[in-house]
Design a protein around this ligand. Structure first.
Ligand SMILES: [Zn+2]
Length: 43
């Protein structure tokens, strides 16, 4: 964990774990990167 890690307001669409926001990505503790915030696709 670094200072860049923060709890995000999103949950994983697959397992509903709360995601962490790191840099510009949302990370699921089980699935890894779920969404890159530069991606036009959001859930
Ligand atoms: Zn997940």
């Amino acid at each position: 964990m670094t200072a860049d890690d923060a709890r995000a307001d999103r949950t994983c669409p697959m397992c509903e774990e709360q995601l962490f926001k790191r840099h510009c990505k949302y990370l699921c503790p089980q699935h890894g990167v779920v969404v890159d915030c530069s991606d036009p696709f959001t859930f």
